[in-house]
Design a protein around this ligand. Structure first.
Ligand SMILES: [Zn+2]
Ligand SMILES: [Zn+2]
Length: 100
């Protein structure tokens, strides 16, 4: 039986020189092997002001749902830097990080 290899679900961001006007460029999907899983519980605590509880096509309210994201080593590091930079962000209360 072959082991299931999970891949990072993030996009590669290419920093640009003028960060104010062009924060980053999309370098396409990242295909690195995932080392961590982030679960975001969209609902009261996720800090998205209810935007994620609206169907973007119909505009109707939807039930709270869980989003799963996978991080490779690089993207895990970026995520941790973002958490450190943001301090105690209330939105993080709905996020659960699990190392593989
Ligand atoms: Zn949300
Ligand atoms: Zn990645």
């Amino acid at each position: 039986m072959t082991a299931l290899i999970l891949l990072c679900t993030q996009r590669i961001e290419i920093p640009t020189f003028n960060a104010e006007f062009v924060p980053e460029q999309d370098g396409g999907p990242c295909f690195e092997r995932a080392v961590a899983k982030l679960t975001i519980e969209h609902g009261d605590r996720c800090g998205h002001d209810g935007l994620c509880l609206v169907d973007t096509e119909t505009g109707e309210a939807i039930e709270p749902w869980n989003e799963e994201q996978w991080f490779c080593r690089n993207h895990l590091w970026q995520y941790e830097q973002a958490v450190l930079a943001s301090g105690t962000d209330a939105g993080r209360a709905a996020e659960t990080l699990a190392l593989l």
